[in-house]
Design a protein. Structure first.
Length: 277
DNA sequence: CCCCAGGTAGGCT
DNA sequence: AGCCTACATGGG
């Protein structure tokens, strides 16, 4: 995909491999909304962008062009990926219903926090809790929006605070996250192979197999993972096998089938599932 | 009133 | 190792 950076703007040329709606609404990312002008706005850490559709493609307006260049993985060639995984019919259908989907590479701490909140929860409420978290503990970015609270701010937040923003029983995990994250951070995550990195993530309270896999995919861009939740469990029994398996076994089976394309396949299938319910 | 949501921790066998 | 259940909260 072609794009160029011009000052505080990234110009994406073409609409085949980039669509803000597909990217932001597919369930991998929670801090976004549609503004009064009808444009998508996305927030990561203390950075913000507004995405405007033009005749030729999209313009990503932001003071943090490098950050969103990385967040949206603009250097990755999705036409190739989509083609490769479309040899199976129902996967091709999922791909074709979200041609502009791209896996994000969001910052690690925000992703861990977001997906701890995601456990046994629904997307609407995950967004609500994260919005309240930023509003109450994050710095103001501008008139409209708040940054995600810094890691260090978490050392000052207790369980009652997280209960107050509606986190429910996950409040305990969030209150413990600061210390657990400090330990995790020290393990040199970027250098570890996927399985070892997952093992480190699993030491964080509130992070189980599925949440770990989401962090591996959406923050570390490890594509040899296949997060299995209630929705993907249904997809598995619908399309891949009728033998009763644990979610972990389903995940392993699909990773061994799709290899380093597993993460992409998973996300297209997940989005097609939640989009048409 | 019920059931469900991008599941996990802790306890039991 | 594998199974069972409690768990907070908002929406349908």
């Amino acid at each position: 995909m072609e794009y160029l950076v011009e000052g505080e703007k990234i110009v994406v040329i073409g609409k085949e491999d980039f669509c803000p709606k597909d990217i932001l609404e597919c369930g991998q990312f929670f801090r976004y909304y549609v503004n009064n002008a009808g444009n998508f706005v996305a927030l990561s850490g203390n950075a913000k962008c507004e995405i405007i559709e033009t005749e030729e493609g999209f313009e990503i307006l932001t003071a943090n062009t490098e950050l969103f260049e990385e967040l949206f993985n603009l250097k990755t060639d999705y036409s190739k990926i989509k083609q490769e995984i479309s040899s199976t019919d129902f996967i091709a259908k999922a791909v074709n219903s979200a041609r502009g989907l791209r896996i994000v590479k969001n910052n690690v701490f925000e992703t861990i926090c977001s997906f701890i909140i995601s456990a046994n929860n629904n997307i609407k409420r995950i967004k609500l809790i994260l919005f309240r978290l930023c509003e109450k503990a994050g710095k103001k970015i501008d008139e409209q929006d708040y940054a995600f609270p810094d890691v260090e701010v978490f050392s000052t937040l207790d369980e009652d605070f997280f209960k107050g923003i509606g986190a429910g029983y996950r409040a305990r995990y969030l209150a413990e996250l600061y210390g657990n994250y400090k330990v995790f951070e020290a393990c040199n995550p970027e250098k570890l192979p996927t399985k070892e990195l997952r093992a480190e993530l699993l030491k964080i309270k509130g992070v189980g197999r599925k949440v770990a896999d989401c962090i591996l995919l959406f923050a570390f861009n490890r594509f040899d993972v296949f997060p299995v939740d209630v929705w993907m469990e249904r997809v598995y029994y619908e399309h891949f096998g009728k033998e009763e398996l644990t979610r972990e076994k389903i995940s392993e089976a699909l990773v061994s089938r799709f290899g380093t394309r597993a993460g992409f396949v998973q996300q297209y299938l997940f989005y097609s599932k939640i989009a048409d319910k």
